[in-house]
Design a protein around this ligand. Structure first.
Ligand code: SAH
Length: 274
């Protein structure tokens, strides 16, 4: 298996028709892949891999498949999105069976929707195979449902990685609706913005609202901690919880909070994420 960028020129007339499949690799545990995902990975001739994909999943590819790592994590050096899309288009035009492997579900964050739209606009049809998104795996780690007839009438998957102010999540509005409509919040990419998220949510949710942070859900290094909304940033810093983590906020955690104190499953791992 190689780890270098290959060049696809698109110039060679295809002897077979190429394809592009956007595959969800799930939260990490290879056993959480769907059978469809496994079959697509095994029959791919080219795989483009995001950095949250477990290498044990990439190992399902055939030895002759070309593996291209194109991962990008906030603040880290990454392969530009336009370049990734160009690679896919060229490879498909050369007749390759391209699998674009993304962590979790390919269309929950991670720019999967944009990528699909750009490929389709370039005339490349895209097939999507769902994966288990990290928020679902995190709830399972905690042993709580994300919805509950009494405590949570719905769930919101929301990004904590606010870009510029205009495009950022409106935590104040979200807190108000979460409170009045009884919604569980599942926050992705929120580690570096924990204080900002805490401050915003406290405008509409009580300080005692239970919160859980789950890092590396479904993997051997998985860890989690429970606290209240008012203690979120302090607890994350104290427990050195880093990326990738999801933050779960809401009353579905109440039963858990009553029976457990702060829990960190394993020693802190490297927090750089890069
Ligand atoms: N498409 C992915 C999300 C990509 S955004 C999905 O559906 O899961 C990347 C973010 O997902 C991370 O910053 C983190 O918030 C979350 N994440 C991904 N894998 C995770 C894991 N194993 N445990 C906890 N959070 C995870």
């Amino acid at each position: 298996m190689t780890n270098k960028i290959h060049t696809f020129t698109g110039a060679v007339p295809p002897s077979r028709s190429g394809s592009c499949t956007l595959v969800g690799a799930g939260p990490g545990d290879p056993e959480l892949l769907t059978l469809k995902a496994l079959k697509a990975i095994q029959s791919a001739t080219v795989l483009l891999i995001d950095d949250l994909v477990n290498p044990a999943i990439v190992a399902f590819a055939t030895p002759t498949a070309r593996i291209v790592h194109v991962g990008k994590r906030g603040g880290c050096k990454s392969t530009p999105q336009a370049f990734i899309e160009k690679l896919i288009i060229m490879a498909v035009r050369e007749g390759e069976a391209v699998v674009r492997l993304k962590g979790g579900d390919p269309l929950i964050f991670g720019r999967g929707g944009e990528e699909m739209a750009h490929l389709q606009a370039a005339g490349v049809p895209v097939t999507v195979i769902n994966g288990i998104t990290a928020g679902l795996a995190a709830a399972t780690v905690l042993g709580v449902p994300l919805t509950h007839r009494e405590h949570a009438h719905g769930v919101v998957f929301v990004t904590g990685h606010a870009g510029d102010k205009a495009a950022g999540t409106d935590w104040q509005a979200l807190a108000a609706i979460a409170h009045s409509a009884k919604l569980t919040l599942v926050i992705y990419m929120g580690v570096s913005k924990a204080q900002h998220i805490q401050d915003g949510l406290l405008t509409g949710l009580p300080g005692g609202t239970p919160v859980a942070v789950v890092q590396n859900a479904s993997l051997a290094e998985q860890r989690h901690t429970l606290c209240t909304l008012a203690e979120l940033q302090h607890t994350m810093a104290r427990e050195q919880l880093g990326s990738p983590s999801v933050i779960v906020v809401g009353d579905v955690l109440r039963g858990l909070a009553a029976t457990q104190q702060t829990t960190v499953d394993r020693p802190a791992a490297s927090q750089s994420g890069c």
